[in-house]
Design a protein around this ligand. Structure first.
Ligand SMILES: [Zn+2]
Length: 698
């Protein structure tokens, strides 16, 4: 071998490492010749004078790509042992390829030079402290890198050229297949076709990927298996959210040929290892996009619409989707003063306000104001219904057709499933009838299979029946056409959900802005339509819902005068008897009276009658806590009358004396009594108020 004289006894006294590497498992499996040659290097080392016990083979990197050392434990081990100076020589089939990256090899060469380690390949022995050897190795390494680059470049260029023609074959998503001529075609299997088409139809109806998942509940979706035992076969499984997104986002279904939708990116993690991940490329940066390349399930325009819809649903990116609440403009209303979004703040019942979000964040501008949702929604809905008039019939009819289509699809899928099951059962029957009766083992298996297929068929038929039964009858087209002419009635109908109204609103209106308005009694509303136009309207702000200062003064005076001694019910009767009305022009009720009391600070008359005391008063007189008194009442030891949510205790000298006796006898309430009582005396639970009375009563 070239340069054998460079090997000294010093080198032979240390270990000889044989480093084995094949980039991929395919190489490992198919290029056995190379692997065999690599293992044969161990014999070379022995021939060069190393003791067989000192020759070690490092083959942990078989099947790992060499472009970086990050994941190659074998190469790292090699490096560390060279650094420690334990190694006399490193043997490889071609030393310049020990590492595919120049940086890795340069590091190894530098370490080998410092520790006096030889590098040996089929061309000869390199002593890195010799300038000539060092130069030759460096040149070889550079050339190997260049070779790799040119090779990869040629391959990639050829691939891209094929892709630009739309000829580069890639695995097709389920529902599309390559036909006999190698052209992309819609899968001839009607059941698969229906399933894929239904995903798009359900998305159009439900408006969200989760809506599609819900519509497919109990129904299976096909998936083409790539590689593995099921390669090329169709597997039916549940439709997951992830799958729905995959289908909706795949441009192949829109008949487009795309190359470069994904890119692999490298990054260095915290440990310094290089990690590779796959990322989606924005549509504008796709390398190849050929529209109308093959027949698809949707048009390109529909594909773009789906994409926009998904984007609008993506709350993580700041989208505000339609929610359940009654506030119509939720998600599309903005504050005209600070520009921030406004949120619907529900205050129980139907009452809600749109409030500027900046208020919560403490970034409120002086002009930021809220408004009652009802006032703003009514105005916006009126504008919307006015605008809809010319389109209303067409819109409603399209919706009706969509619903009818959905009905048909649901039962169509079940019909196709029955057809498939029947075909399978027929085939199993034929196979069973053709087997020779003497061949019992085979016959038994085939019979069992036939029975299983028959059971599946029965199940599918059952599913078809229930699918047909589950469908509610549809109103006919005329009924819908009639309903559509009266859109306002349809809009306000109780069967129309808040969600439906919001969806309809969003199809036409892009956003609503509450503009700054100096007149505090008015609200200026800006509406921007999807069509590109914008308009403004001014509405009266609703007055406060109660009757604060606006209550006509005779009524308010009366409440103030009689209030402290008269109950609410009596006050309502008196006010209505005199014909007084609230500020809003309505007759008085208990709520209105309560409001006046709150505004003018009129106290509620005390329910405690003569000869009675309140719990608070009783506790004060006895010098105990109110909790103790409540406990006595609860335990039945003290009489009390309930008035509303207050308790009135008939108070006599006897009652007071009984209470004081109880306190004196209680060890808990009276520490002196506890000290004189023998320890063993069983305690009466009734005298332990701390159990259920307010804690810390004394
Ligand atoms: Zn604001």
């Amino acid at each position: 071998m070239n340069g054998e004289h460079k090997i000294t006894s010093g080198h032979r006294g240390r270990a000889a490492l044989v480093y084995l590497r094949q980039s991929t498992l395919v190489q490992v499996r198919e290029h056995t010749e190379s692997t065999m040659r690599q293992y044969a290097l161990a014999d070379v080392a022995v021939r060069l004078g190393w003791a067989p016990g000192d020759v070690e083979v490092i083959d942990r990197d078989l099947g790992l790509s060499g472009t970086s050392a990050a994941h190659r434990a074998g190469f790292r081990e090699l490096m560390s042992r060279v650094c420690l100076g334990e190694v006399g020589a490193v043997l490889g089939l071609e030393v310049s390829r020990l590492a595919r990256s120049n940086a890795d090899l340069a590091r190894l060469a530098e370490m080998a030079r410092l520790t006096g380690t030889l590098l040996i390949d089929s061309d000869g022995v390199y002593d890195l402290s010799d300038f000539n050897d060092w130069l030759v190795l460096g040149l070889k390494s550079t050339m190997s890198q260049a070779e790799l680059h040119i090779m990869a470049g040629r391959l990639q260029a050829a691939k891209l050229a094929a892709a630009e023609r739309g000829d580069l074959r890639a695995p097709l998503p389920v529902g599309l297949v390559y036909d006999d001529e190698g052209e992309v075609a819609v899968d001839p299997d009607a059941e698969v076709q229906a399933a894929v088409a239904d995903v798009f139809a359900c998305f159009a109806a439900a408006g969200s990927a989760y809506g599609v998942v819900a519509a497919f509940a109990g129904r299976k979706f096909p998936q083409r298996a790539y590689g593995g035992a099921w390669a090329g076969q169709l597997r039916w499984g549940p439709l997951t959210h992830h799958r729905v997104l995959q289908v909706l986002k795949n441009p192949a279904y829109a008949g487009a040929y795309v190359h470069g939708r994904h890119v692999t990116r490298k990054r260095v993690d915290a440990d310094g290892n290089v990690r590779t991940s796959t990322a989606e490329v924005p549509r504008a940066e796709w390398k190849v996009l050929i529209k109308d390349h093959h027949p698809g399930y949707v048009t390109w325009e529909e594909y773009l619409a789906v994409e926009a819809r998904l984007q609008a649903n993506w709350t993580a990116s700041g989208a505000r989707t339609v929610r359940e609440g009654s506030a119509l403009c939720q998600g599309i209303i903005y504050c005209g003063s600070c520009g921030g979004p406004m949120v619907a703040n529900y205050q129980g019942g139907d009452r809600a306000n749109y409030e500027c979000h900046s208020r919560r964040d403490g970034k409120k501008a002086p002009g930021c104001r809220g408004i009652a949702t009802a006032a703003l929604d009514d105005a916006v809905a009126r504008v919307l219904l006015d605008a809809l008039t010319p389109e209303q019939v067409a819109l409603a009819l399209a919706a009706a057709d969509q619903v009818a289509g959905q009905h048909q699809r649901a039962s169509r899928a079940a019909e196709l499933a029955v057809e498939r099951a029947r075909y399978d059962a027929d085939r199993a029957e034929r196979a069973f009838s053709q087997v020779e009766p003497e061949n019992r083992l085979v016959a038994r298996t085939l019979e069992a299979r036939w029975e299983a297929r028959l059971a599946t068929l029965a199940e599918a038929e059952q599913a078809l029946e229930s699918a047909a039964a589950a469908l509610p009858p549809l109103p006919d087209r005329d009924t819908i056409a009639r309903a559509a002419t009266d859109l306002p009635a349809l809009w306000h109908a109780p069967t129309t959900t808040a969600r439906d109204r919001k969806r309809l609103l969003r199809t036409l209106i892009a956003d609503v802005t509450l503009m700054p308005e100096p007149d505090r009694a008015k609200a200026r509303i800006g509406i921007r339509w999807h069509a590109g136009t914008a308009g403004q309207l001014i509405i009266d702000r609703p007055g406060p819902s109660g009757i604060p200062a606006a209550t006509p003064s005779p009524a308010a005076d009366l409440v103030r005068r009689l209030g402290p001694a008269t109950g609410n019910d009596d006050l309502v009767a008196i006010l209505n008897q005199r014909g007084y009305l609230t500020g809003a022009g309505r007759p008085f009720d208990v709520k209105a009276v309560q409001w006046v009391r709150r505004v003018y600070g009129v106290p509620v008359p005390s329910p405690v009658a003569a000869g009675e005391v309140s719990v608070k008063d009783a506790a004060a007189m006895l010098g105990c806590s109110a909790g103790v008194v409540y406990y006595w009442i609860e335990a039945g030891q003290l009489e009390a009358r309930r008035h509303g949510n207050r308790l009135c205790i008939p108070w006599t000298q006897d009652v007071e004396a009984a209470c004081r006796d109880r306190i004196a006898a209680s060890g808990h309430l009276n520490p002196e009594a506890r000290r004189t009582r023998p320890r063993k005396t069983p305690r009466c639970p009734a005298e332990e108020p701390q159990m259920s009375a307010a804690p810390g009563s004394i």
